[in-house]
Design a protein around this ligand. Structure first.
Ligand SMILES: Nc1nc2c(ncn2[C@@H]2O[C@H](COP(=O)(O)OP(=O)(O)OP(=O)(O)O)[C@@H](O)[C@H]2O)c(=O)[nH]1
Ligand SMILES: [Mg+2]
Length: 618
């Protein structure tokens, strides 16, 4: 460890860790963060030349690989010019913004990546705002300059505008700019300049990201900003040492955000080296470490000297905007496909989730078998539900609802800033669709490329179910991005789904014969041979109201009773809704049954008679 006590200009008493830099990569979704980390790892010799390494190696969990997006922030490090650069890769999707907010506390500077064609998008704004609030110096990286529609110069101007709009200081505006093709590990100093490897980027990090500062002779203070788990040593607290030194086998204290404290012994201490966690005997200020030894440790806790405990300020995270009810599976098929079924299982699992998922809240609901789960958006919810079903859970979830607030006796609801990018010819249809969902256009820009960028302010509710319609309306050519934009007065009714449901009127097995006769009534979600129950939604009606239908009907005058024997009839393919589509499709009186094997939409009230009675009561 090289520690220099050279006086820094405005902090004379502060020492500096010259051999460390801590940097986070932030950007809008898909602008190339994880790909850039790949290139940094390759070029700093973390991998052997002929080593087989998957693309976007940091996107290591199953859902991340399947969806091609980053969900969890992750740490890695490279060594360059005798300096250890700790890198945090962050997710770009707005629903995982909570991950970005807290990981920024781990670093002293950011790489702000912006796509050379798309330019700054809503999440670029969100993450930059958070970085500027923490006074983190940015390095701007304009990526994907190989795109045929790249417009780096314009994009740079848009980035300046964004900084100014966010009240950046003179110093913050003085950021270094680099142009990259992350996929090829190429970096340029000007858009049309010479190709370099990433050396200019590494140099910029050493220059522009300040080395960690600390108080010499200060007792230990480490801020826990992430949690991890290891088979061998159990729970790991991942965080940044702000002051002092920690050694394996040290006795330390933990102070919770509520100010309570307990003690533990550091059983193992790890640092991040490339993709590995390596055991180290000690770590000092500015280091990012994983500490084992606490059974119970939370994000936001301070790990400190038991003889001189000093808590660090708590980490504040934006509030959730969407909530859903998670309850046990109450369908007649409950318990047939999953392993974890009880309210106890559900409660334990959700409580475990909250430990690591800081943007998520779990509260008891009215019924003992249900929990209200609140988060940042439908995708965040969908990821949790998908993870749980893969672990063997069965559950029922309700339609996602926005979280409203009472302000001066008035009902307020969350709004989003929405950016639409689409070919000119679809502007009319898109604007109309958004107007009916209470969207107000705030900006319109024509880049002269045949595509137009429209900006709206719209109630978050208005976006539920919009993505599908939008993709259909623009024949798959439109891009849609949105970001939470504060609370505003309730905008009144917004029409949701205009079609009713086709509801199974009895339990049984769907037949091709029945489906054939129903398919001109609407779109079926099921296929012959699928098991159904009374109250299960089997399709979308082409009309407004719900109807109960018999999908188990068999052809008369035949001895063949197999449900699939009559498959020869002309059947349209079933419309299979993905988890996210099902969440968007649901109405208030519906729910989604989730098991490891199946997703079944259902009426909340299953019995046809009971539903009719409820309808009469209104
Ligand atoms: N043409 C081009 N494509 C790139 C470049 N860099 C990344 N991509 C592609 O862009 C897509 C998204 O890349 P990722 O690295 O996953 O982006 P990300 O910013 O990590 O995305 P999230 O973590 O989900 O926010 C991938 O298909 C990459 O191959 C580049 O320089 N040029
Ligand atoms: Mg990523």
């Amino acid at each position: 460890m090289t520690i220099s006590t050279e006086a820094a200009p405005n902090a004379p008493a502060t020492a500096v860790r010259e051999d460390v830099r801590n940097v986070a990569i932030i950007a809008h979704v898909d602008h190339g963060k994880t790909t850039l980390v790949d290139a940094m790892l390759w070029q700093s010799g973390v991998f052997r030349e002929n080593q087989e390494v998957v693309e976007r190696v940091m996107d290591s969990n199953d859902l991340e690989r399947e969806k091609g997006i980053t969900i969890l922030a992750k740490n890695t490090s490279v060594r360059y010019g005798g300096v250890k650069i700790n890198i945090v890769d962050t997710p770009g999707h707005a629903d995982f913004g909570g991950e970005v907010e807290r990981t920024l506390k781990m670093v002293d500077g950011v790489l702000l990546l912006v796509d050379a064609s798309e330019g700054p998008l809503p999440q670029t704004r969100f993450v930059l705002k958070k970085a500027l609030e923490l006074a983190l110096p940015p390095i701007v990286v304009i990526n994907k300059i190989d795109r045929s529609d790249a417009r780096p110069q314009e994009v740079l101007n848009e980035i300046y505008d964004l900084f100014i709009d966010l009240d950046a200081t003179e110093d913050q505006l003085d950021f270094p700019v680099l142009y990259t093709i992350a996929r090829d590990g190429v970096c340029r100093l000007t858009p049309d300049g010479e190709d370099h490897k990433l050396q200019p980027l590494f140099d910029a990090i050493l220059r522009a990201v300040p080395a960690p500062r600390y108080e010499p002779d200060h007792p230990l203070q480490a801020l826990v900003l992430n949690l991890d788990y290891s088979e061998f040593v159990g729970r790991l607290a991942v965080g940044r040492i702000v002051n002092g030194t920690v050694r394996a086998k040290d006795d330390v204290a933990r102070i919770t955000v509520d100010g309570e404290s307990d003690r533990a012994r550091v059983t193992y201490l790890y640092a991040f080296e490339g993709l590995e966690r390596t055991e180290v005997p000690e770590a000092g200020p500015g280091d990012i470490v994983a500490i084992a030894g606490f059974d119970d440790v939370h994000i936001g806790d301070t790990i400190t000297d038991p003889n001189d405990p000093r808590p660090l300020p708590r980490v504040h995270i934006d509030e959730p905007t969407v909530s859903m009810l998670f309850s046990i599976n109450t369908s007649p098929f409950a318990g047939q496909e999953g392993q974890w079924l009880t309210a106890r299982n559900l409660k334990d699992r959700l409580e475990r989730e909250v430990l690591t998922n800081v943007a998520l809240k779990v509260e008891p609901a009215e019924s003992r078998d249900a929990f209200k789960v609140s988060g940042r958006g439908e995708l965040q919810m969908a990821v949790l539900i998908e993870t749980m079903r893969r672990e063997g859970f069965e559950l029922t979830v309700s339609k996602p609802e926005v979280i409203t607030r009472e302000v001066d006796g008035q009902r307020y609801e969350p709004f989003e800033q929405l950016v639409v990018d689409c070919p000119e010819e679809y502007v009319g249809v898109v604007t109309q669709a958004l107007a009916s969902r209470k969207g107000r256009m705030t900006n319109m820009a024509n880049h002269g490329t045949g595509r137009v960028r429209l900006e709206f302010r719209i109630p978050s509710r208005g976006l539920i179910g919009f993505r599908n319609q939008f993709l259909t309306d623009t024949r798959g050519t439109g891009l849609l991005n949105h970001l939470f934009d504060g609370y505003g007065p309730w905008e009144g009714e917004i029409p949701h789904r205009t079609n009713g449901a086709l509801v199974a009127d009895r339990t049984g097995v769907a037949t091709g014969y029945a489906i054939e006769h129903l398919q001109d009534r609407g779109d079926l979600f099921i296929e012959p041979g699928d098991r159904v129950y009374e109250g299960m939604v089997v399709g979308e009606n082409s009309r407004e109201q719900d109807i109960d239908v018999n999908v188990t009907r068999e052809k008369k005058l035949t001895n063949i009773r197999s449900s699939t024997s009559d498959i020869a009839v002309q059947l349209l393919p079933a419309r299979k809704l993905s988890l996210e589509q099902a969440l968007e499709w649901m109405r208030d009186d519906e729910a989604l049954e989730v098991t490891p094997k199946s997703l079944r939409l259902r009426k909340r009230t299953l019995s046809q008679t009971d539903r009719a009675r409820e309808a009469r009561k209104g």
